[in-house]
Ligand binder design. Structure first.
Ligand code: SF4
Length: 343
């Protein structure tokens, strides 16, 4: 690799915790390729907290929502980098970076294939630019030993033994809501222990009497540590294509992902994650332009007046069977389409 850099700025202001998780392989690949460089990441809270103890990241800078361009300008002025990598182009951010004249990569969304996972695509683009070696490593979030010890104790308090199943029912967008949570919770309780449930999330369902064990409300890093503790116990985290599920995978927990409006081949998690895709043949899905899908912003599904048909299509029995297989208890074959990310 001919080019070496001393001060690298990564900009990820797409807005989601999951978006930040997907850029972590690129951040870590840049660190490996330029080990002596200072590497700053400009992103939003609360995802920024996930980088707090990351040894690859020299400094985390936070941007206020709706003031992203101003934050980029301020950071470029405060400490001019010699390389900028940005996932974010809106509001003239890409032009602002390019106008400074330093080496930059500002179009990480160029010509994406439908079936290339976003995180892999980022690394492939940086490799094609000669900025990183080609090898891909999945997203990983560093936790301190103290955080892990606290999480082990917390988990023991709510689930003293066994391999816990954790439900993450909240979905930031209505189009990702799964309507069958109470049925899954009841099936899990009948076959073993009631599942643990992550608190909060504006779209979390009522449980209609289904037996669940709510986890105590907590901050994002503590939730990440709790997911890691679940992973050490051989447990599994299940939820739609959301930031918390990506965080769970990035700290080592097994996951079962419920993919509806997003295509698992493009947005799915890395092995050993098991992703289930609802209505894989929906012609309204736009894997490389999800924000332009007719259903995306208002969950207005042309196929159903009752809500996103693709999410409803993932039957609780299929999820239950997938969970049983992930935690090693066998289980019947699933009806939903199962997609594994390429290894
Ligand atoms: S149109 Fe309906 S079924 Fe198709 S991706 Fe959107 S919500 Fe899912």
């Amino acid at each position: 690799m001919a080019e070496r850099f001393r001060d690298i700025l990564v900009v990820d202001l797409l807005g989601g915790i999951g978006d930040l998780c997907m850029v972590l392989p690129a951040v870590h690949a840049l660190h490996r390729a330029h080990p002596g460089a200072a590497l700053r990441v400009l992103t939003h809270a609360p995802g920024a907290d996930l980088l707090r103890s990351d040894r690859a990241v020299t400094e985390v800078r936070r941007a206020e929502r709706h003031r992203e361009r101003a934050a980029v300008v301020a950071e470029l002025d405060r400490c001019p980098p010699d390389l900028v990598v940005s996932t974010t182009r809106f509001d003239g951010i890409a032009e602002e970076i390019e106008a400074r004249g330093m080496r930059s990569v500002t179009d990480m969304w160029r010509r994406p294939p439908d079936d290339e996972p976003v995180a892999r695509r980022y690394v492939a683009i940086l490799a094609a630019e000669g900025l990183v070696e080609g090898g891909y490593r999945p997203p990983s979030i560093h936790l301190t030993a103290a955080e892990q010890a606290v999480a082990d104790r917390t988990l023991s308090g709510v689930a003293p033994s066994g391999a816990p199943v954790v439900l993450v029912p909240g979905a930031g967008m209505a189009v990702k809501r799964w309507p069958h949570w109470p049925r899954l919770a009841s099936a899990l309780a009948r076959s073993g222990e009631p599942p643990l449930v992550v608190a909060g999330g504006g779209s979390a369902p009522g449980w209609g009497g289904a037996p669940v064990r709510p986890l105590p409300p907590t901050d994002l890093r503590s939730l990440a540590a709790l997911f890691a503790a679940v992973g050490r116990r051989g447990g599994v985290v299940v939820g739609p294509d959301t930031g918390p599920v990506r965080v769970a995978a990035a700290v080592g927990a097994r996951t079962v992902g419920l993919f509806g409006p997003t295509l698992a081949a493009r947005y799915g998690l890395d092995p050993p994650a098991l992703d289930l895709q609802g209505l894989p043949g929906c012609t309204h899905r736009r894997p490389t332009a999800i924000t332009e899908q007719v259903c995306w912003w208002q969950a207005a599904c042309p196929l159903s007046t009752a809500g996103p048909a693709c999410m409803a299509d993932i039957e609780p029995g299929a999820v239950h069977a997938a969970l049983a297989r992930v935690v090693g208890r066998g289980g019947p074959p699933t009806d939903a389409v199962e997609v594994r990310a390429s290894g």
